[in-house]
Write a protein that binds this ligand. Structure first.
Ligand code: FAD
Length: 376
């Protein structure tokens, strides 16, 4: 599977959508900590939410590469937070698509791809994040139902989600005792405990969720009991590759802004580009962006073709997260005081980039995985 013209077209569609429907309102939405729900429907109508999903479930067909270039296009709206929440179905739906019954897929997937419902993925808990298999939210079988108790933290789109793919403990075995359930808004005992305030990703609603003896029918259990850990590990590959794309795309936007500013801003009687230190800084930034993008593109093609490249995906996530932060730091520096002002895009990009070495598995955990892939 390779990138072709259809991916270029889709990236351009997403960019146009972002420039028209996100960028003009971005500042306001960032301040408000969320964006209008209508944006999900607009994105669905524009064919953005369904890219890469099966047509019989309301998707637009295509392949996983479309969703990745979609991130590059959407980030032109200027807010990673908007993209993260608008596309939270990208991490919430795969367990249902991989392991759900045809009936479950018909029930849960089409309303999300139509932009009518919002989906979130809930793994992390107050007591455990990196060590996912130590999670303690329990689902206890009771007749034909399960009763879920516990809490989940840092859940993207969690404040507004209509359905949440929740990983629960159903058995004592650390890895083999985990199972996915779909918990739906309105189920008694399921509440949003807190909307969280963050360093970046302001327009993305991030929640702590509480499950107080939530009764969930067996029809909402995804896959067999104990199948959750393997499904999660597969899910992480998609999420980490997507975050790698956030990384190089964020860095690219910061580079573009810094280039434009350095040409137009003068000091000591010449443009900033008249100083060799600035030119070399921009050269180093451009090199990092090109290296990350090239690596991510090549890797995405291999992953989309079916290769299971855990070490490389972790490398891509780490490298892109790192260069995004370095390039954004340098871009802010080139902007001087203006780079510290909320009215500039680089200010937001630099805050948003800080999430990249943390979300979806931290840099340290990625390095552990890379080390393992080296036989260490
Ligand atoms: C904005 C945002 C959105 C998020 N969205 C979601 C979401 O939608 N769904 C979801 O389930 N989760 C989500 N998360 C959670 C995210 O995946 C976790 O924060 C992340 O996996 C790290 O877990 P933790 O925060 O518990 O850190 P911890 O696991 O407590 O780690 C703390 C520090 O210890 C280090 N550490 C831990 N173990 C090791 C080790 N073995 N070796 C070396 N160092 C180690 C870590 O690298 C880190 O530096 C989100 C987080 C944020 C900030």
């Amino acid at each position: 599977m390779a990138f072709d013209e259809s991916h270029d077209l889709f990236r351009a569609t997403c960019r146009r959508f972002a420039e028209e429907k996100i960028a003009p309102f971005c500042y306001e939405w960032e301040e408000a900590g969320e964006f209008p729900r209508e944006l999900y429907r607009d994105a669905a109508r524009a064919g953005i939410l369904g890219a890469g999903y099966p047509e019989d479930l309301g998707g637009g067909g295509g392949d996983p590469l479309h969703a990745l270039v979609g991130i590059e296009g959407l980030l032109h709206g200027g807010s990673s937070g908007v993209v993260a929440s608008l596309c939270s179905h990208g991490i919430a739906l795969p367990p249902i698509l991989k392991m759900g019954s045809p009936e479950q897929q018909r029930r849960f997937v089409p309303p999300v791809l139509a932009g009518e419902q919002i989906a979130a993925l809930a793994i992390t808990e107050p007591g455990t994040g990196s060590d996912v298999a130590s999670l303690t939210t329990r689902a206890v079988r009771d007749g034909t139902d399960y009763v879920i108790s516990g809490s989940k933290l840092f859940i993207t789109s969690g404040v507004r989600a209509d359905l949440v793919s929740v990983l629960c403990r159903t058995g004592p075995d650390k890895h083999g005792g985990l199972t996915f359930f779909v918990v739906e808004r309105g189920m008694p005992g399921f509440t949003v405990s807190r909307a969280l305030e963050k360093t970046g990703w302001w327009a993305s609603d991030t929640a702590e969720l509480s499950f107080d003896e939530v009764r969930v029918p067996q029809a909402n259990r995804i896959g067999e009991e104990g199948s959750g850990f393997v499904a999660l590990m597969q899910n992480f590959q998609g999420e980490r590759l997507a975050l790698a794309f956030y990384g190089h795309a964020t860095a690219e936007l910061a580079l573009q802004d810094a280039l434009a500013y350095a040409k137009e801003r003068s000091a000591f009687g010449r443009p900033l580009t008249g100083f060799q230190v600035t030119r070399h800084k921009l050269a180093a930034m451009a090199t990092k962006v090109a290296a990350a993008r090239t690596f991510n593109y090549r890797l995405a093609e291999r992953v989309a073709a079916g290769e299971y490249l855990v070490g490389e995906v972790s490398m891509a996530k780490n490298f892109s997260a790192q260069i995004a932060n370095e390039v954004c730091y340098d871009a802010v520096q080139i902007f001087g005081g203006m780079g510290f002002m909320r009215e500039t895009r680089v200010e937001r990009l630099s805050r948003d980039a800080r999430l990249l070495p943390i979300g979806g598995g931290t840099s340290e955990i990625m390095n552990e995985i890379i080390a393992k892939s080296l036989g260490l």
